[in-house]
Design a protein around this ligand. Structure first.
Ligand code: NAP
Length: 296
């Protein structure tokens, strides 16, 4: 290669790296003094993140359906820094009410999520849309209300999606759950583009297994985790550890974060050789096509 062309390519690469670093660092949102809205904050990762943000100096709005559980978290944080707003975030009218009460947040965390891991024919047909309700519909409705206001404010802001590895790589016997997760990933990607030239940063935190109530609330999901995930993606995070990762991500501006580190390794492997990773996932799953055919 001619030296001048090599210099041109090196210059372009260095320019790109500088721009990427600038975008990342300039997009971090300090949590001190921020107003943070968290969906699904009555338990698990959402509750832990509400406490972590309050500890770092934010005022937090906690959204979920269970008022009693929300009140407990608010009592732990202290009423001067936390407000409980009962809301089924998959319901547009309830989300609009909440949006009116909050005003313009600095950070929106789309964390609410539910849904059992089942084959398509293992549950009533309504399960297909139920699974989409939270995370996807909830995240879309909240983003629809808040993102335009955040952009208009012109201040640095963040919309963070709390994601499962199933949003990057399907797992057998969990179609409706997986599709809802891929929809959430689509929303994250869309918001990256729709907010690209604004001061709003669309982010995604992908967590491996977290020791929350999720697996007891959504019975059967734990049994369907492919063994390869159990072997490779370690350690299991506590909700508190996941909350620290998410809060650091908001403050650093990083677009996508994987925790634990081994999850990033799996995501990279999947990126370069999806068929091999898919085969491993299927081979180490506790369910098969025969179960699907039977309706498990
Ligand atoms: N646990 C894991 O291993 C893991 C790993 C990666 C990602 N995630 C994701 O992280 C998020 C939080 O999970 P978690 O482990 O903390 O689960 P969790 O302990 O079961 O908490 C789920 C939260 O979502 C809320 N929620 C569910 N449906 C809602 C709705 N329609 N409207 C408002 N709030 C709703 C629940 O509150 P109410 O019932 O009071 O409404 C609860 O606060 C979920 O999206 C989950 O898929 C979990």
């Amino acid at each position: 290669m001619a030296p001048s062309r090599a210099r041109l390519y090196c210059g372009a690469a260095a320019g790109y790296v500088c721009y990427a670093l600038y975008r990342r660092w300039s997009r971090g949102v300090p949590l001190r003094g921020a107003t943070v809205v968290i969906s699904g904050a009555s338990a698990g990762i959402g509750a832990a993140l509400a406490k972590e943000c309050a500890k770092r100096g934010s005022k937090v709005y906690l959204l979920a359906r269970n008022q009693e559980a929300l009140d407990k978290v608010v009592a732990e944080i202290g009423q001067e820094n936390a407000v409980a707003l009962r809301c089924d975030c998959s319901d547009a009218a309830q989300v609009a009410k909440v949006a009116e009460a909050v005003g313009v947040p600095t950070v929106l965390v789309n964390n609410a999520g539910a849904g059992a891991w089942r084959f398509l024919n293992e549950a009533p047909a309504s399960d297909v849309s139920f699974c989409l309700g939270a995370p996807y519909v909830a995240a879309a409705l909240l983003s629809r209300e808040f993102a335009p206001k955040m952009i208009r404010s012109g201040k640095k802001a963040s919309i963070l999606a709390v994601q499962s590895p199933a949003g990057l790589l399907a797992v057998p016997g969990a179609a409706s759950y997986v599709c809802a997760r891929w929809a959430l990933r689509g929303l994250y990607e869309s918001l990256v583009q729709d907010c690209y030239s604004s001061s709003v940063n669309s982010q995604m935190a992908v967590f491996g297994e977290v020791s929350s109530e999720y697996f007891s609330t959504n019975a059967g999901a734990a049994d369907r985790l492919p063994k390869i995930a159990k072997w490779l993606v370690k350690p299991i995070l506590t909700p508190e550890a996941a909350a620290v990762v998410a809060a650091d991500q908001i403050e650093s501006g990083r677009a996508v974060v994987f925790a634990p580190f081994m999850l990033r390794v799996v995501a990279c492997l999947n990126h370069v050789c999806a068929p091999a990773v898919r085969a491993l996932v299927v081979a180490t799953s506790s369910v098969s096509s025969a179960d699907f055919a039977r309706g498990a």
